[in-house]
Design a protein around this ligand. Structure first.
Ligand code: A3P
Length: 287
């Protein structure tokens, strides 16, 4: 199926129509944030699910039930997704935890007024591409990636769900008020998960004993998260997500692009990156 058949063009970017009917987009436009809400913001395939495990564990002081009683999509729901309509989010006790794949400038007016805490995760875009290439092949609601080189061009041109990686990252880096935003990379989580958990807890104003931080980090290791049926997408029927093709929690490493991109593709990627990111002064761990 094609983009025209599977996607909705919303504010100039593609969204999979099956997950984002017009009522959902409207719901988010009118959504009222609370000052103590926590929002995980990501470009898809950057570590959203990982943070949906880390944040509830931090906020519950390390209680395993916080990630074992609800699937990640209800535990830290995406505000732009259809399920947000039926979860009674207005009735949830504070602090509420949400996810979003929106760019900064797509958020509703209440966000800019209330300024809830945001954790924005970045990931080396070549790894984002690699993860997406495998993921797109598994789902019925995304356009099949086709040949790798073709998908690479779509990705670099932003003709994929949630648009261009470059525009997404730049929108969040250029946020007007950065006081309430924590920027952290997938690579930092990989390099030192314990330290990352401690930093995230501090940002969220949660003081945790060292051993609790250690327990949370242990639980959030790739091999352990893969066992959590509330986080590994095993509850999703195969007709929507066929994990026999590729697991959602696929490899969980930094630098897998080296196994995926040809030398010519990597060079092309770097050239596009250099051009699109030329005005960005932020220092990424992968630069
Ligand atoms: P890979 O496909 O490279 O393995 P998102 O949740 O934003 O869609 O991102 C999915 C990516 O995050 C996948 O990358 C997935 O394996 C990775 N991921 C999820 N949990 C992880 C963890 N605990 N450790 C490392 N990577 C994790």
């Amino acid at each position: 199926m094609t983009e025209a058949e599977l996607y909705t063009l919303y504010k100039g970017i593609y969204l999979p129509s099956a997950l984002h009917p017009p009522e959902s987009l409207k719901y988010y436009e009118d959504f009222t944030f609370r000052p103590d809400d926590i929002l995980i913001a990501t470009y898809p395939k950057s570590g959203t699910t990982w943070m949906q495990e880390i944040v509830p564990l931090i906020m519950s002081g390390g209680d395993p039930a916080s990630v074992e009683s609800l699937p990640n999509w209800d535990r830290v729901p995406w505000l732009e997704e259809q399920r947000a309509l039926i979860l009674n989010l207005e009735q949830r006790p504070s602090p509420r935890m949400f996810s979003t794949h929106y760019r900064y400038n797509m958020l509703p007016p209440s966000f800019f007024k209330v300024k809830p805490k945001v954790i924005y995760i970045t990931r080396n875009p070549k790894d984002v591409f690699t993860s997406a290439f495998h993921y797109y092949d598994t789902t019925s609601f995304l356009v099949k990636p086709g040949p790798q080189n073709e998908f690479l061009h779509k990705f670099l041109d932003g003709n994929v769900m949630f648009g261009s990686w470059f525009d997404h990252v730049k929108s969040w880096l250029n946020a007007e008020d950065k006081e309430h935003i924590m920027y952290i990379s997938y690579e930092e989580l990989i390099m030192d998960l314990k330290d990352s958990v401690a930093r995230i807890a501090k940002f969220l104003g949660k003081s945790l004993e060292a051993e609790v931080v250690e327990k949370i980090a242990e639980r959030c290791l790739f091999k352990n998260m893969r066992q959590n049926n509330m986080s590994n997408y095993s509850l999703v029927p195969a007709q929507f997500m066929d994990q026999s093709k590729s697991k959602f929690l696929r490899k969980g490493i930094a630098g897998d692009w080296k196994n995926q991109l040809t030398e010519a593709e990597a060079e092309h990627f770097d050239a596009v990156y250099k051009d699109k990111m030329k005005d960005v002064t932020y220092k990424f761990v992968w630069d």
